[in-house]
Design a protein around this ligand. Structure first.
Ligand code: ARG
Length: 563
């Protein structure tokens, strides 16, 4: 039940203004004593040729007050106090009726959205930065799907480029076949790093790598076979990670997928007279937009990352006729995407406007740096395992009797990491701090999961209770605040979609969990003798659990029934 909407509709019955305009003016007062909603009348004064105070008085007098406890004026403001009993009942019933669909809507119906996320590089480890893209992208996918959009998750694998020439060269010199079969990415990384070290001493290696890449591009059998093998081995490892994370994609069209689609880009650019020569390279000048030129073909004729991304925009536009084309990629690639979108715009495609780079900050550890070149990366597997083992310790201490400890630790451990990535605005850097992330009492994944499990335990203990709920008896401040937060789920979802910011949903579920814990501490549910009140409270607990579950699901985090 969207009370804000009701307030807006009732006001609209009395004034000749756009509903949306009215809705946007409605505020949530800073203090509960000032009502649940407030409407300032300043903006009406001009149109109605009356003082705002007078307008407030008039609306107050004439408005249909059903569902409200009272409506007061405070100078130019109207303050609305909801009738708590009916509001509580209506909201809880709605959650319990709609269950896993509660919060969903159809605003996105009939609209295709491509979401490019995760997109790791073949033969390189999946590191904590990719996990950031994976968590945010997966969450955006879930959130938008919940709002009715038809999402297409694309894993734009980094499976093409000069680095594969180097890798082939390194492979031929130093590979340990046994290690390659056992831990492929680790071995590929080892020889790749070795290549760079050796190349510092012997620069001819670089030419050799270049030669192999050229042969790969020309389709020479040996190089193509090796490249395919690296790709298959890497994908197998990535897929294990995705399975563990509960993430899937609708398309694995990576960079190599666009090899035969780049000529079109070059041809169109030439035709539209956008391509110019610069130091032997073919580029599109972007000086009017204060950007360096976008290189399309290097001096040796090779295409680059940007060329493939241009081909990808056109391909996605043709294939999916997207409403939005989203790229969840670190902020270090902001310039790259601005260049791509600008070139598409210069080519005359309207879809350029629908392309969005959803950037994020960098992941930091107190004393570790991330870079694949030197091989000092924090590997995803290590990160997940560390989190899980730390959670296992906490469980051993708090609840050693727990039955399925391993499963719980996996869900809570992985959930804690995802939650950390999704907790703040994307642009902020992400700082990993274990004791903070895993704190059962902090603003964390485990805290929310623990709140859910606590609710579930109350419901288990109470068992089936016959009786009717009287929601008017749930009249405390704590109960009301909790229900109010349950009622604004959809608003958070829509806000998160508008800003392409999953943290809005993360903050939302934290708020619900906090309100639930206040409610839980304010009442003694189990020993309540008044049956009508007890049933109302239990339904409130059930509704809260449902909302937490729905919201965590949008973050890609699973709940546990006991912990
Ligand atoms: N593979 C790239 C990287 O690891 C990310 C690719 C992002 N997607 C894209 N369409 N460029 O940095």
């Amino acid at each position: 039940m969207d009370y804000k909407k009701i307030v807006a509709e009732r006001i609209k019955e009395l004034v000749d203004l756009d509903l949306e305009f009215i809705e946007n003016l409605i505020e949530i007062p800073p203090k509960p004593e000032m009502g649940d909603f407030a409407f300032p009348c300043f903006q009406l004064a001009k149109a109605m040729r009356k003082a705002p105070q007078a307008i407030a008085g008039e609306i107050q007098e004439k408005m249909n007050k059903e569902g409200f406890e009272r409506i007061e004026t405070a100078g130019p403001y109207l303050n609305f106090f909801m009738d708590k009993g009916s509001f509580v009942g209506v909201t809880i019933n709605k959650v319990l009726e709609e269950k896993e669909a509660y919060g969903s809507c159809k605003v996105g119906e009939g609209k295709n959205v491509t979401i490019d996320y995760s997109s790791p590089n073949i033969a390189k480890p999946f590191h904590v930065g990719h996990l950031c893209s994976t968590s945010i992208g997966n969450s955006l996918y879930r959130i938008m799907e919940f709002a009715g959009y038809n999402c297409i998750g694309v894993n734009h694998l980094g499976d093409w480029g000069t680095q594969f020439g180097k890798l082939i060269s390194a492979y031929k010199k130093w590979v340990d076949e046994e290690a390659l079969e056992k831990e492929p990415i680790k071995e590929l990384l080892r020889i790749y790093v070795k290549f760079h070290d050796e190349a510092e001493k012997d620069p001819t290696l670089v030419d050799e790598g270049r030669m192999h890449f050229k042969r790969l591009e020309d389709g020479c059998e040996e190089e193509v076979k090796l490249w395919e093998r690296f790709k298959a081995l890497s994908l197998k490892e990535f897929e294990n990670v995705y399975k563990r994370l509960g993430v899937r994609f609708d398309s694995y069209a990576g960079e190599s997928f666009y090899l035969d689609k780049m000529d079109r880009v070059v041809d169109e650019l030439t035709e539209k007279k956008l391509l110019v020569e610069s130091n032997g390279a073919q580029v599109v000048m972007l000086e009017d937009d204060n950007m360096p030129p976008c290189i399309i073909k290097k001096a040796d004729g090779a295409t680059i990352y940007a060329t493939r991304d241009l081909a990808a925009v056109l391909y996605r536009n043709d294939t999916y006729n997207f409403h939005k084309n989203i790229y969840v990629v670190g902020q270090d690639q902001t310039l790259h995407f601005n260049q791509i979108f600008k070139v598409v715009d210069l080519m005359g495609y309207e879809c350029a406007e629908k392309c969005k780079h959803v950037g994020f900050g960098i992941v930091k550890f107190a004393d570790r740096k991330l870079s694949t070149r030197k091989g000092e990366v924090v590997l995803l597997e290590d990160l997940l395992n560390e989190s899980i083992s730390k959670i296992t310790e906490v469980i051993e201490e708090k609840n050693p009797e727990l039955e399925n400890k391993k499963e719980v630790a996996e869900k809570v451990g992985i959930g804690a990491i995802k939650f950390t990535y999704l907790k703040n605005k994307r642009g902020k850097d992400i700082v990993f701090n274990w004791s903070e992330m895993l704190n059962f009492e902090g603003e964390t994944g485990p805290y929310v999961q623990y709140t859910y499990a606590r609710g579930k335990s109350i419901l288990r203990k109470a068992g089936e209770i016959e009786g009717k709920a009287d929601f008017t008896k749930l009249n405390s401040k704590e109960a009301f605040e909790l229900v109010k937060s349950l009622g604004t789920f959809q608003e958070s979802i829509l806000d998160s979609i508008e800003k392409l910011e999953p943290f809005i949903v993360t903050r939302y579920v934290l708020e619900v969990a906090k309100n639930f814990n206040k409610f839980y501490n304010a009442y003694n549910i189990m020993s309540t003798e008044d049956l009508e009140l007890k049933v109302a409270m239990l339904q409130m607990v059930e509704a809260t659990c449902q909302v937490i579950k729905n919201a965590l699901d949008l973050l890609g985090i699973e709940v546990v029934e006991k912990m």
